[in-house]
Design a protein around this ligand. Structure first.
Ligand code: NAI
Ligand code: COI
Ligand code: MG
Length: 370
């Protein structure tokens, strides 16, 4: 009997290609475990806009709210460059994040041993890397009002985006960071720009207070986000958990992706309040990368970020630790066996496409679960 409800939103570009590979892994799980997964699919992004004129419909939003977890591919692409700003593909993802209250975005950057030479950085800098970027996901400049382009009437215009943070938003992401650090190496680095932004001053103040009052046994360090980015590339292993706002987290996690070898390797989990009125923690799992229009439709995208996002889903939404670990081990084994998509290709390895990579992980996952 199916008891776990997943909503699959493949989206645009490479989204549907990598979502198909995640489905293969769910099929393996359903064959190997009790009380399988029931998958419903929906449209989001440009695909939804083409279908109903919105980046996500109210019906799909209701399905997302009612699901145990959402598995999301990616949205966007040049095809929708001309659509009204409120209806652009990315608006569908922002609506999901905001209305589901997914404030905590976990973006782990782990360098698999087999990929230590795939990064643009030297092996000794990234070998053994295991850091976690915790990005605040429902506040800050992506959501603050006003957000507008105003015609000043004198041949000039003014564009405004607003960075806003309230106490509770910083407190809850700070607590999440310390709680995660407690299960890891006990260190949190908070990144903001207190030297030029009021929100940076406030962020620093609130994170420091939460640390002092509730988590003083853990280590807290502060970095200005620009220098933090530099240190992420110069000496990434000095970090454990990095907690930062929506915009800096977006940028720093794309940078961190390259420490792992490719943007195609970085998964993420976006989590809501643990004590949601629905009785379960709302959650969405997606790769960190976008719809990669430059390689879409060619069957060459790396599906590992999507598959590793499914592993995070098993761990955080269903407490299926054994299965999550088996899936991560299947990814590591596949890489150890020299199977690579083009973005992480190395000498002596076998180059495969999206579907073959999914098959290779599925085969090892099946063996691991047996
Ligand atoms: N969560 C989401 O749905 C996101 C959507 N976007 C949207 O995606 C579109 C394209 O944005 P870009 O700036 O090009 O970022 P992108 O992340 O889609 O691609 C950046 C580069 O990384 C490569 N890449 C990304 N994922 C890969 C994978 N799985 N395997 C191999 N190579 C991969 C791409 O080929 C490209 O060269 C835009 O419309 C953007 O707004 C961007 C980021 C996140
Ligand atoms: C809304 C997304 C396109 C923003 C982004 O790049 C991300 O969340 O990684
Ligand atoms: Mg991004």
């Amino acid at each position: 009997m199916a008891s776990r409800k997943l909503l699959l939103l493949p989206g645009d570009g490479i989204g549907p290609e990598i979502a198909t590979e995640a489905q293969k892994l769910i099929t393996v799980l359903n064959e190997a475990t009790e009380g399988g997964f029931e998958i419903e699919s929906g449209l989001v992004g440009g695909a939804a806009y083409d279908d109903c004129g919105e980046a996500i419909s109210d019906t799909t939003m209701e399905l997302a709210q009612a699901s145990d977890a959402v598995l999301f591919g990616s949205v966007g692409g040049p095809r929708w460059d001309g659509v009204p700003y409120e209806k652009r593909p990315e608006a569908g993802l922002l609506r999901l994040r905001k209305e589901m209250g997914l404030f905590a975005n976990l973006r782990p950057a782990i360098c698999y041993p087999a990929l230590a030479d795939a990064s643009s950085l030297k092996r000794h800098i990234i070998e053994g890397l295991d850091i976690l970027i915790l990005r605040e996901l429902t506040g800050g400049v992506y959501f603050g009002e006003p957000k507008e382009i105003v015609d000043l009437g004198n041949g000039q215009k003014r564009a405004v985006d607003t960075q806003v943070y309230e106490t509770y938003e910083i407190e809850r992401i700070a607590r999440a960071a310390f709680e995660l650090a407690r299960t890891r190496r006990g260190k949190v680095t908070s990144m903001e720009k207190r030297n030029v932004m009021k929100t940076g001053v406030f962020w620093n103040e609130v994170v420091s207070r939460v640390h002092r009052e509730e988590f003083s046994d853990l280590t807290l360090e502060h970095e200005l986000a620009d220098a933090g980015g530099m240190k992420l590339v110069r000496e990434p292993k000095q970090f454990d958990v990095i907690v930062t706002d929506n915009l800096f987290g977006d940028m720093l996690s794309d940078i961190a992706a390259m420490l792992t070898g490719s943007l195609g390797m970085l998964p993420s989990a976006s989590l809501g309040k643990p004590d949601d009125a629905s009785g379960r923690r709302k959650a969405l799992y997606e790769p960190v990368h976008g719809s990669a229009p430059d390689i879409a439709g060619q069957g060459i995208a790396n599906p590992i970020a999507m598959i590793a996002s499914l592993a995070m889903c098993l761990r955080y939404s269903f407490a299926m630790t054994r299965e999550a670990e088996a899936l991560e081990a299947a990814i590591a084994d596949t890489l150890n066996d020299g199977i690579r998509t083009g973005d992480i290709m190395a000498e002596g390895c076998r180059k495969v496409g999206t579907s073959e990579m999914g098959d290779a992980v599925a085969e090892r996952f099946r063996t691991g679960l047996a």
